[in-house]
Write a protein that binds this ligand. Structure first.
Ligand code: NAI
Length: 327
C-alpha cells in the first residue's frame, strides 16, 4: 500500500524531500502540499499534480492524507505536529522539533496522552553511514571506553541573518542529537568559549565558538561546531574520515576536494532516513529519533545558548525519560 503524504512548507528542504519521496524512494507518494506562500505549492502542483493548501491544518485533516512531513521553519513546527498527533497521523518534522524546550515538552505530553508513537524528528545523521560505522566500533568495545570527542565544522559562509544563538539552534543541534546517541549517554552540563572573532563575521555573530558538553558518565565533548568526529577511547581512537573524493596530482601538488555542501554530504542519509520513516509509518511504528530526542536536544541547546552569554558552565536537567519512549 502506498503511504499518501502531505508536505507542509515547500521551501528548500521541503522541495528536496518531495523530489526524494516522489522520484527516489519507494512506498510513499506526496499527494498534497501546503505553504503560506502560493508560489511553492503552485510549482509543485504543476510538476507532480498534487493538491495544494494554504493552511497546514486543512492538509492534515484531508482524509486522503495518511502521513505528514513538516518542513516549515522551526518556529512553525509546533502547531502542525500537535495537529497531526490530534488527527492520529504519523508526522516527520524537520529539526528542530520546536524552538523552545517548553514547546517540545508540550508535544511529548500530547503524544504520550494520545498513546501512539507518531512523531519522528529529522536528525538524519543517525542514518549516516560514517556515524553508524563509528557507533558500531564504539559499541563493539574494541577501543575501550570513550573519554573525549573532538568534533569540527567548517562552514564556508553564512548570511548576515545568521546570529550567535543560531550556531546552536541551527548548526550544533545536529551534533547535540547525534553525539549522545553515538556514545549512549546523556548530557549534564554545557559551556561555550568564545575566542577572538574572525574579521569575516558581522556584529551579531560571534564566530568561531568552542562548545563543551559533559555527559553523565563524565565524557567530555568539544565541538568546534560539527560534521567530523573523532572519539578518543582508552584503548584507541576512532576517527570518521571526510567522504572520499578523487586525489589529483598536478603542478607538483597532491590535491583532494572537500565537500562543502551539506545537501551533498548527507544526501544518502536523507534518503535512508525518509525511506525508513515511510516503511515504519506505513506499519504504524516510528524507528527514528523521537519527540523525546527532540526535547533533549532543545534542553541542551537552551543551556548552550545561556552559556554563550553567561560564560559559565550551565547545568542540563532533563528529568527521567518517560517509559513511553523506552525502546
Ligand atoms: P525555507 O525558508 O527555505 O522554507 C520554509 C517554507 O515554509 C517556506 O516556503 C515558507 O513559506 C513556508 N512556511 C513558513 N511558515 C509556514 C506556515 N505556518 N505554514 C505553511 N508554510 C509555512 O526553510 P528550509 O531551509 O527549507 O528549512 C525548513 C526546516 O528544515 C527548518 O526547520 C530547518 O531547520 C530544517 N532543515 C533541516 C536540514 C537538515 O539537515 N536536516 C537542512 C535544512 C533545513
Amino acid at each position: 500500500m502506498t503511504l499518501r503524504i502531505g508536505v507542509i512548507g515547500t521551501g528548500a528542504i521541503g522541495k528536496d524531500h518531495i523530489r526524494r519521496i516522489n522520484e527516489v524512494l519507494t512506498g510513499g507518494k506526496v499527494i498534497a502540499v501546503a505553504d503560506i506562500c502560493e508560489a511553492g505549492p503552485k510549482a509543485i502542483a504543476e510538476k507532480y499534480g498534487v493538491k495544494t493548501y494554504k493552511n497546514g491544518a486543512d492538509l492534515i485533516n484531508d482524509p486522503e492524507v495518511d502521513a505528514i512531513v513538516v518542513t516549515t521553519p522551526g518556529f512553525a513546527h509546533k502547531d502542525p505536529v500537535l495537529q497531526a498527533i490530534a488527527a492520529g497521523k504519523p508526522v516527520f518534522t524537520e529539526k528542530p522539533l520546536s524552538t523552545t524546550a517548553a514547546d517540545c515538552k508540550e508535544i511529548v505530553n500530547a503524544e504520550i496522552a494520545g498513546g501512539k508513537h507518531l512523531v519522528q524528528v529529522g536528525f538524519m545523521r543517525r542514518y549516516d553511514k560514517g556515524y553508524n560505522q563509528v557507533k558500531a566500533m564504539l559499541d563493539s568495545g574494541e577501543f575501550g571506553v570513550p573519554l573525549i570527542l573532538h568534533c569540527t565544522h567548517r562552514n564556508p559562509e553564512v548570511d548576515t541573518s545568521y546570529t550567535t544563538p543560531m550556531a546552536v539552534h541551527d548548526t550544533a543541534i545536529h551534533e547535540i542529537d547525534v553525539l549522545h546517541w553515538l556514545i549512549d549517554d546523556e548530557y549534564e552540563s554545557a559551556q561555550v568559549i568564545m575566542p577572538v572573532s574572525t574579521k569575516y563575521t558581522h556584529s551579531k555573530l560571534k564566530d568561531p565558538q568552542l562548545m563543551i558538553l559533559r555527559t553523565k558518565k563524565g565524557i567530555c565533548i568539544e565541538i568546534e561546531v560539527f560534521v567530523n568526529c573523532e572519539v578518543v577511547c582508552e584503548d584507541g581512537v576512532v576517527k570518521m574520515p571526510a567522504p572520499s573524493t578523487p586525489i589529483t596530482r598536478k603542478n607538483g601538488l597532491l590535491s583532494t576536494g572537500i565537500e562543502t555542501n551539506w545537501k551533498n554530504r548527507f544526501i544518502d542519509a536523507y534518503d535512508v532516513e525518509l525511506q525508513d520513516w515511510i516503511n515504519s509509518a506505513g506499519k504504524g511504528e516510528i524507528n527514528g529519533p523521537t519527540a523525546w530526542d527532540g526535547y533533549l536536544a532543545s534542553m541542551t541547546a537552551d543551556a548552550l545558548v545561556k552559556a554563550q552569554t553567561s560564560g559559565a558552565i550551565e547545568p542540563i536537567t532533563t528529568g527521567e525519560m518517560p517509559e513511553f519512549y523506552a525502546k
